[in-house]
Design a protein around this ligand. Structure first.
Ligand code: CA
Length: 414
């Protein structure tokens, strides 16, 4: 999962940070505060926490002996080497494995999902899709102690005010008894649990959906699913309405587009836009036209419920991943229109295969974990370079084909 950056624009629900920084926007790790500076900062936070009503024993027990975590500052500053194309992003988030996993979760948690649909009016496939993308159905929750991470970014870097608010929210969570400090682990930015809520979002939105008296989005699947449904309802989800669907543009379309450029379906129809199978547009009165790759790729009419999903993480690519996964979970297929590329994106299993084949060739990329990080990209650049192909290190279908076709027996030179 990419870890970065949308957070800097909007403090939304979650820590699934979609990386779309421009190439020229260099970021440097904030300087680690020295002991005096850090202690002064913590003293201010103690005052702020007391004003916010957190009891002194909770503040002391939580902040006692805390030191800044420089790896958090590195993670905050990490700069992606290139923009992730939408087809790579979707190929990794909505792959066959995720669809299979999601369908089994739909069965396993059917009773809870029925209850969530009844209480919040939010469709079960969308709830499960969010769960799958946020934490791989509870498998990836993050491992960093929340208080230490948030204390670090509360005292260094450019978003200290925002993160202090999240740290105070974390202390309030501890005060409430929903979690002990040691149980609160998550992303460097403080997102935690199966829903990857930020602490302030947890306080506003999380629900005790299994009725045991605790709001436990870490250990309780019902609480996580109920809390996700509650979030989407609060974000304006319309019961029994679609998020949108794929459409066909007339050749050479250069009319209006955009999620926020809402107009009536009659207006979109008058521009020559049809459902992908040629039927006329139908659904809620007001819609936007989403062109994630410009006019040359798949196009979508999107309704209010797409905006509700967008609210979860403030990125259109994220919302499309959730919406598409939800469609796949209810039995739908992939998009009809191809992405404008001849070098397809890879599933998580294929990304792992890329790494295993690079390791076989002796490239030092650590372990094959399916995450394409700087080391893997460097190895890809080098490998493709030996074949006379200059790349930025992207892992796509062409690379995988090349690795498969030229596999090297062990012990021979690269
Ligand atoms: Ca509970």
């Amino acid at each position: 999962m990419p870890t970065l950056c949308r957070l800097f624009r909007a403090a939304r629900a979650t820590g699934l940070l979609v990386c779309l920084l421009p190439l020229n926007q260099a970021l440097h790790a904030a300087a680690t505060p020295g002991p005096d500076e850090f202690n002064n900062c913590l003293a201010q936070i103690r005052v702020q926490a007391a004003k916010a009503g957190v009891s002194a024993p909770v503040v002391e027990a939580s902040l006692e002996g805390i030191e800044p975590d420089t790896t958090v500052l590195d993670a905050m500053a990490h700069q992606p080497e290139f923009r992730t194309p939408i087809w790579d992003y979707l190929a990794g988030l909505v792959d066959e494995q995720r669809v299979t996993d999601g369908r089994s979760r739909l069965q396993e948690w059917a009773a809870v999902l029925t209850a969530a649909e009844e209480k919040f009016g939010v469709d079960r496939h969308t709830i499960v899709a969010v769960w799958g993308v946020e934490s791989d159905f509870g498998r990836l929750l993050g491992t960093r102690p929340l208080v230490r991470s948030l204390a670090t970014v509360s005292c260094a870097g450019s978003r200290q005010r925002f993160f202090r608010g999240e740290l105070i929210a974390t202390l309030k969570i501890i005060e409430s008894g929903d979690f002990s400090p040691s149980a609160l682990v998550g992303s460097w930015a403080g997102a935690f649990g199966q829903t990857q809520f930020m602490p302030s979002t947890f306080l506003r939105i999380a629900v005790d959906f299994d009725g045991d008296g605790r709001r436990d989005i870490v250990g309780s699947v019902p609480d996580a699913l109920g809390s996700t449904a509650h979030y989407l309802k609060r974000a304006g989800w319309v019961k029994d309405a679609p998020w949108g669907y794929e459409v066909k543009l007339p050749p050479g379309y250069n009319g209006p587009s955009g999620r926020r450029h809402k107009q009536s379906l009659a207006q979109w129809s008058a521009l020559g836009i049809q459902r992908i199978d040629g039927r006329p547009l139908d659904g809620p009165a007001s819609a936007g036209l989403l062109l994630p790759a410009g006019g040359g790729g798949p196009a979508f009419i999107v309704f209010r419920n797409f905006d509700a999903i967008y609210a979860y993480n403030a990125a259109e690519s994220y919302a499309l991943a959730i919406a598409h996964l939800a469609d796949r979970l209810r039995g739908g297929r992939g998009f009809v229109t191809a992405w404008p590329t001849d070098d397809r994106g890879l599933s998580r299993i294929e990304r792992k295969e890329v790494q295993e084949r690079l390791l076989e060739r002796g490239y030092d990329i650590g372990t094959a974990d399916g995450m394409i990080g700087p080391k893997t990209r460097a190895a890809i650049r080098e490998f493709m370079g030996t074949r006379g192909i200059a790349t930025e290190g992207r892992a796509g279908g062409r690379l995988l084909d090349a690795l498969r076709s030229t596999n090297r027996p062990a012990g021979t030179p690269r």
